[in-house]
Write a protein that binds this ligand. Structure first.
Ligand SMILES: C[S@@+](CC[C@H](N)C(=O)[O-])C[C@H]1O[C@@H](n2cnc3c(N)ncnc32)[C@H](O)[C@@H]1O
Length: 329
């Protein structure tokens, strides 16, 4: 194991299920839109010799670590630093026109969380940073010390599903300037009523998640990225997405459903007459990691997994089929 690999040690969530998802896709290129430490890509490259990976990440430390870990695969791995909603440009840069697969393993990696200097974690003392892309112009400091109380409360509620968002926002504003992750965690914890502090993990977890999502615009980039990936798939190619909170998962579900129905709004008990074109079918895959994996890997516990497969364009798809195949929620 190289130093780069050790420095980016991340246990890939649902690794076996992801390998199984891409087992029968046509030979060609899979975009790993969230390359991270390259754990999923490594498993995919090992599973089939006729696959190549285009690995995207906005974090240069992740690209370095993945390149070191996957060096033995030579030209079967191409890495590219960008946001995943810049997929079209990345494909053009590498003269690629179609994909056999697309994988999104959303959110942050364990090494990003575990390195105090990245400022992602309430467990370590670090600066209020939380940028995945170290060149990004603004950081957690701008949100924590710059947003007005109402906007802060809105972020914490929307991206953290935090019911005490208003109290937390008021406490943060009252404690400014806040200069470290430890101080932020203290302020948030103190703002939550004592009985609620004892349930649901660390009291600051949801607020840190919310601020991280805001800093990195994580939900803004997702719809376009999923649409572009689906568009680029060959027939029989698959898109697989691991989401870690409800806001992410809802976007994934909506974009896949849009591709599945072609945007058809005809009554569900009648044949489609609006000319909508169905471009994917939902693949029934295990929706959650196994209980064993959830126990073994802390990150896996909130994962939601969705898979869809590109089909030959089907104008006027029969609505009855569409309803049946979306029953997985
Ligand atoms: C959960 S980790 C991926 C871990 C990877 N599957 C593995 O096995 O090592 C998510 C990675 O995606 C990157 N990322 C998150 N959002 C991104 C975006 N919008 N564009 C590009 N990379 C992104 C993060 O920097 C992080 O390295």
């Amino acid at each position: 194991m190289s130093d780069g690999t050790r420095a980016f040690d991340h246990d890939p969530v649902m690794r076996d299920e992801i390998v199984a998802t891409f087992r029968d896709v046509p030979a060609g290129v899979i975009v790993d839109a969230t390359l991270g430490g390259g754990g999923h890509s490594e498993a995919l490259l090992e599973s089939r010799t006729d696959l190549r990976i285009l690995g995207l990440d906005r974090d240069p430390a992740a690209l370095d670590a993945a390149s070191a870990r996957l060096e033995r695969f030579g030209e079967r791995l191409i890495t590219h630093r960008c946001r995943f909603d810049e997929l079209d440009a990345a494909l053009a840069d590498h003269e690629l026109t179609e994909l056999s697969g697309a994988l999104f393993d959303l959110g942050v990696s364990s090494p990003q969380l575990d390195r105090p200097e990245r400022g992602f974690s309430y467990r370590h003392d670090g600066p209020l940073d939380m940028r995945m892309d170290s060149d990004a112009p603004w950081s957690a400091d701008d949100v924590v010390n710059g947003y007005d109380e109402r906007r802060l409360a809105d972020v914490i509620r929307r991206y953290g599903d935090e019911r005490f968002a208003r109290r937390i926002a008021a406490a943060i504003v009252g404690a400014r300037p806040i200069e470290s992750t430890t101080r932020l965690a203290e302020v948030v914890t103190a703002a939550i009523p004592a009985p609620a502090r004892r349930t649901g993990g660390h009291p600051a977890k949801r607020t840190f998640q919310a601020i991280r999502i805001e800093v990195n615009g994580e939900l803004d980039a997702l719809p376009d990225a999923i649409d572009s990936a689906i568009e680029a798939l060959v027939v029989g190619g698959r898109i697989a997405v691991l989401a870690y909170h409800s806001g992410e998962d809802k976007i994934v579900k909506d974009r896949i459903r849009e591709a599945e129905t072609g945007g058809c709004e005809c009554p569900s008990d009648l044949p489609c007459v609006c000319g909508a074109v169905q471009t994917v079918r939902i693949v029934r895959a295990p929706k959650r990691p196994s209980a064993d994996e959830q126990q073994r890997n802390r990150r896996a516990s909130s994962a939601r997994f969705r898979v869809a497969e590109k089909i030959a364009a089907d104008p006027g798809a029969d609505q009855t089929d569409i309803i049946e195949s979306t029953e997985i929620d």
